[in-house]
Design a protein around this ligand. Structure first.
Ligand code: GDP
Length: 422
């Protein structure tokens, strides 16, 4: 069953090395596997398929793209290279994703590499949410990290949560859960269930004042986004939950704000709200501008030399996609492709405008969280990401498109070699 395009999220998880990108990704896959929420689409992979060994070794997460389901959404997690340089590879992965989760360590705060990935995401207008991780580490500080995102990154984080306790101390103030500032409730996590269950409680007395202060900041940030809401906020000092979520989403999509969460991915705390944040605040392919390119065969088609072409995220447009990574697989080379428009069908032939040759799409495979094997599919729609077997001469960065409607998506301007960050 295919997901409707507005329920697709193509995201990257980006971070300074060691901030917890791998652990957070694993936890996301864990939750998306086991906890199919009401309305979630289960495509026949059950909890028993989950390969613990594989999860432990983190093999799946090194796939160029892995698909998981959450709240009825299809989330494609695109692997973004861990290194800091502006290489074509980093650039390509940022091109094919629509939004990002930026992971920070609450202990180290904003680090040099966090600045690099933040700037890269700025360059590609990638809307993002923040996850302040490692709240359980001694020396962890939510507030300090939050302020560093404001000052060092010139970001506009909006806290949707604050931690209950910070670090690990013998005085009982250990990090144990989070306060949800929208619903104004405390979520305490059950370590034994590895965070599968959490208890919703009233905010502890000792945290009430702090929670009210942070909620006031949240409401002010939201009120400033809309004049009518601002007026109403002055009168009632409150904003309805659905209005908060809607305005935050709009501002996040524009890149004006970054909803910010906290937790400890090691202890399974706080990752589920981040997944909810991905579906609530990050864009679907429909929220992104149409992709641009040039017509590589203008004369034949009676068009203008190098004529400008665009393709919108719709199955009714001619098919085009970008190959962003090729990985060897036992079935053959798997070309990971973002399909921007139209519908990609197994058995079809596509044009590679760089070589001018036609390529056969013999099989389409999805790397699915929790499934032991990749899942084969007959066709996928605009907005989605898939592994294609068949193309013989495609290299990363190539466009594959409908033969009758050629388009060469904008070429990557950076060389493969490192450009100095100085
Ligand atoms: P990456 O380099 O960003 O992918 O970071 P990893 O996920 O590999 O994590 C780096 C190290 O930090 C590993 O030893 C993890 O076990 C540890 N780690 C990750 N998240 C947390 C956390 O929330 N709390 C603590 N205490 N350690 C964490």
């Amino acid at each position: 069953m295919s997901t409707s395009i507005d329920q697709i999220r193509n995201i990257g998880i980006i971070a300074h090395i060691d901030a917890g990108k791998t652990t957070t990704t694993e936890r996301i896959l864990y939750y998306a596997k086991f906890l199919h929420r009401p309305g979630g689409v289960d495509e026949g992979t059950t909890a028993t398929d989950f390969d613990e060994e594989e999860a432990k070794r983190g093999i799946t997460i090194y796939s160029a793209a892995i698909t998981c389901k959450w709240n009825g959404h299809t989330i494609n997690i695109i692997d973004t290279p861990g290194h800091v340089d502006f290489t074509a590879e980093v650039e390509r992965s940022l091109r094919v994703l629509d939004g990002a989760v930026v992971v920070f360590s609450a202990m180290e705060g904003v680090e040099a590499q966090s600045e690099t990935v933040w700037r890269q995401a700025d360059k590609y207008n990638v809307p993002r949410i923040c996850f302040i991780n490692k709240m359980d580490r001694i020396g962890a500080s939510f507030e300090r990290t939050f302020e560093e995102i404001q000052k060092r990154l010139r970001g506009n984080p909006v806290a949707l949560q604050i931690p209950i306790g910070e670090g690990t101390t013998s005085t009982g103030d250990s990090f144990s859960g989070v306060i949800d500032l929208i619903k104004m409730q405390a979520l305490f996590y059950d370590q034994e269930s590895m965070g599968d269950q959490f208890e919703v409680q009233e905010i502890p007395e000792a945290y009430l004042e702090k929670a009210q202060e942070w909620r006031a900041k949240l409401l002010e940030s939201v009120a400033e986004l809309d004049e009518a809401v601002l007026e109403q906020y002055y009168e009632t000092e409150d904003i309805a939950e659905d209005v908060i979520v809607r305005l935050l989403r709009e501002a996040t999509l524009k890149g004006d704000l970054q909803p910010t969460f906290c937790g400890s991915s090691l202890n399974y705390i706080g990752v589920q709200p981040v997944l909810d944040g991905v579906t609530s605040f990050l864009p679907s392919p429909l929220d992104r501008p149409p992709v641009e390119g040039i017509n590589p065969q203008p004369k034949k088609r009676g068009g203008e030399a190098g004529g400008h072409e665009t393709r919108g995220p719709s199955v009714d447009e001619p098919m085009c996609g970008l190959v962003f990574k090729i990985q060897a697989d036992k079935h053959g080379d798997l070309c990971f492709m973002r399909v921007y428009s139209g519908q990609l069908k197994s058995g079809s032939r596509l044009l590679n405008p760089r070589t001018g040759k036609k390529e056969l799409v013999s099989q389409l495979w999805r790397v699915q969280a929790g499934a032991r094997e990749k899942v084969e599919t007959d066709s996928i729609d605009a907005g989605d990401i898939i592994g294609v077997i068949g193309p013989k001469e495609a290299v990363t960065g190539d466009t594959l498109c409908e033969i009758q409607h050629p388009i060469l998506l904008e070429t990557i301007s950076f060389p493969e070699t490192v450009i100095s960050m100085a």
